[in-house]
Design a protein around this ligand. Structure first.
Ligand SMILES: [Zn+2]
Length: 109
């Protein structure tokens, strides 16, 4: 798991995606969404702590829909979806922060 952040502002993005779908644990929006469907398709109420939408009881389909929309939003906002694209942009000096425009503030974590 590798995230990148900008040290000069609050920009950051989701973990890099791995599109090798034949791998058992490839991380990308499709596997994330399939995971949410598998986890929340059975209708029931689930209790969450305040880390999820302020906490409380939510219907599993509400959680599923929220999680899918969030995954799609993260996908849409990915500046460099794969580690390879990120390294290529960084090495060529073309990696600029989408929020503050700086090129020298990235941290890989
Ligand atoms: Zn920045």
């Amino acid at each position: 798991m590798t995230f990148i952040y900008c040290r000069h502002c609050d920009w950051g993005q989701d973990d890099f995606y791995d599109w090798r779908l034949w791998k058992r644990y490839s991380y990308n929006p499709v596997t994330k969404i399939l995971g949410y469907i598998k986890e929340y398709a059975r209708p029931r109420f689930i209790k969450f702590d305040p880390g999820f939408r302020g906490g409380g009881r939510f219907h599993s389909w509400d959680v599923m829909l929220f999680s899918i929309v969030r995954a799609l939003r993260e996908w849409y906002h990915m500046k460099w979806p794969t580690y390879r694209k990120w390294r290529k942009a960084y090495k060529s000096g073309k990696a600029t922060c989408p929020t503050c425009g700086r090129t020298d503030g990235f941290t890989e974590d």
